[in-house]
Design a protein around this ligand. Structure first.
Ligand code: GLN
Length: 542
């Protein structure tokens, strides 16, 4: 029987509700329970695939090809449970399904309304596809009081009522700010937030209080009193040294104990050894390497959330701290580019990206890495730019480009118009819709025997997640191979280049997929482990 834990947020956004949900999932798992995590997003986009990562952070892609909120990345990194399309829904998707049904006439003349039709659709989504999970942790995006989250709150209120207290628990995350001028922590915003939740009929069972200062017993007591809770149900959530310390912290503060107590479930001792070891490696590294990330949205770290984490995981695997130097690629453009910014870098990475702006700078960064023999990792767009760079510099094809930037006489990278997914053929055309139409999700890739990547992965067939509309043009393969690039990963039908590498280089790998999406702190992705290792080697040379 699955029990439901609903996680809402109040006072301000960005308190780390996604992380809190993920870390609670990890502690419950450490107690031997099976968990699933799910997110309800109140915005009107059908999925975050069409949203700028600059505004919304990265779009996280699941094995089954869903473009989802980046919190699903936290869920996977903390629990190792692969997310699915059925783990993320938005207002946009709910409404588009309902409107399609209404147009088909499925409502048989009924007036279609928020209650019950929208709320029923939300409840159906929350309770579907749970498998054998002991707990579903369901996070509601946004903060209480937002107009757009009301139908979601109403739906979980109804669910709480239908399931009963033994099967539903409401956790509310708030902020307890420190007011420097008063030298005091203030509990009022939390009280108001809890009241606001009550005004939509939800009584929270556990309060998680984010704070930058220790929450003294007196403040905890006051919050409990005003919010109608037992003191033990007011859990302090202070800043941690590493996000991977949060599961340990929650356990110390009794969060998991309170959840299990709420449901009246047994409390087997948790095994938190995995997290202690990760925190030890993160906080006591044996060295440091610097990796330059040359991209476009570098001022918003959430735009490359999974990448950031995967590099940390590579550091964990090598017992080093990975210092990331985010560089706007445009600084390498113009007539006399200066590469000083790359001076201290022990390795260079060009991540996924879209559009022409900044692309020239990325191509130049690739050239720098290739010629100076600095380890280079190109991810998706970063692989495409590596192929264009090689075509231009090594093969003399000055006009080499991608059709993503407009018509070109030398489409080294071109629009993907058809590919095989399972037993079917996917087709795309130039004027197609932008939403949900890329090559998305996990695809097989065969690795060439004796290649660098075959050695790194230790196998010959891998599955990695994709999100791209363009692809290295196979017609240029012979030319690029002659110039020293090895096409070491191909789709099983041999049609789509998936990996290129340069054997005659300390570490030069470009991949069409996004390996960062599958990396976990307790299972660092082999490519990131190997790349950081190459950076360590490089750091010893300079
Ligand atoms: N813009 C490129 C494409 O669509 C690369 C996408 C990416 O880096 N995720 O193919």
């Amino acid at each position: 029987m699955t029990r439901f834990i609903f996680i809402t947020g109040g006072v301000v956004s960005s308190l780390g509700k996604g992380l809190a949900s993920a870390a609670l999932g990890a502690v419950l798992q450490a107690r031997g329970y099976k968990v699933r995590l799910r997110k309800l997003d109140p915005y009107l986009n059908v999925d975050p695939g069409t949203m700028s990562p600059y505004q919304h952070g990265e779009c996280y892609v699941t094995d089954d090809g869903a473009e989802t909120d980046l919190d699903l990345g936290h869920y996977e990194r903390f629990t190792g449970v692969p997310s699915r399309q059925s783990d993320n829904i938005t207002t946009g998707r709910i409404y588009s399904n309902i409107i399609a049904k209404e147009r088909r006439g499925d409502y048989l003349g009924a007036t279609v309304q928020v209650i019950p039709h929208v709320t029923d659709a939300i409840k159906e989504f929350v309770t579907a596809d749970l498998g054998d999970a002991d707990f579903l942790l369901c996070e509601v995006g946004g903060t209480v009081g937002d107009i757009e989250s009301l139908p979601f709150l109403e739906a979980i209120r109804q669910l709480g009522n239908e399931l009963g207290r033994e099967r539903a628990c409401f956790v509310h995350l708030t902020l307890v700010p420190w007011i420097a001028s008063a030298g005091e922590l203030k509990t009022k915003p939390t009280q108001h937030s809890v009241q606001q939740l009550q005004s939509v009929g939800i009584r929270c069972d556990i309060l998680l209080c984010r704070s930058e200062h220790d929450i003294p017993a007196s403040a905890r007591k006051k919050i409990a009193l005003f919010c109608n809770l037992r003191e033990e149900a007011v859990i302090p959530a202070l800043n941690a040294r590493s996000i991977y310390e949060v599961p340990i912290q929650y356990h110390r503060e009794g969060f998991d104990h309170e959840v299990l107590r709420h449901f009246g479930l047994p409390q087997p001792e948790p095994d938190l050894g995995r997290w202690t070891e990760i925190v030890r490696r993160v906080t006591q590294p044996e060295g440091e390497v610097e990796i330059a990330i040359v991209g476009k949205y570098t001022s918003l770290l959430d735009a490359y959330k999974s990448l950031n984490e995967a590099l940390t995981h590579g550091g964990i695997a090598n017992s080093v701290r990975v210092k990331l130097n985010w560089i706007e690629s445009e600084i390498f453009e113009g007539d006399a580019p200066n590469f000083d910014a790359l001076d201290g870098a022990h390795a260079i990475l060009v991540p996924g990206g879209f559009g022409e702006r900044g692309a020239e700078g990325k191509i130049r960064a690739v050239r720098y890495a290739r010629e100076k023999k600095v380890p280079y990792f190109g991810i998706c767009f970063g692989m495409q730019m590596a192929c264009i760079e090689a075509a231009r510099t090594l093969c003399g094809v000055a006009k080499a480009s991608t059709t993503e930037f407009g018509p070109t006489p030398e489409p080294v990278v071109g629009l993907l118009t058809e590919w095989v997914r399972g037993n079917s053929l996917e087709k795309r055309g130039v004027g197609d819709n932008m939403g949900g139409t890329m090559r998305l999700g996990a695809y097989d890739c065969d690795l060439a025997r004796g290649s660098i990547v075959a050695d790194i992965y230790g196998k010959s067939r891998i599955q990695e997640r994709h999100r791209h509309r363009y692809e290295v043009n196979i017609n240029y393969k012979p030319m690029l191979e002659k110039a020293g690039l090895r096409f070491s990963g191909m789709s099983p039908d041999g049609e789509l280049p998936e990996i290129v590498e340069i054997p005659d280089h300390p570490w030069f790998v470009g991949v069409q997929f996004h390996p960062e999406l599958k990396s976990k702190p307790f299972e660092p992705h082999p490519l990131f482990t190997s790349f950081v290792k190459a950076a360590v080697t490089q750091s010893r040379l300079v």
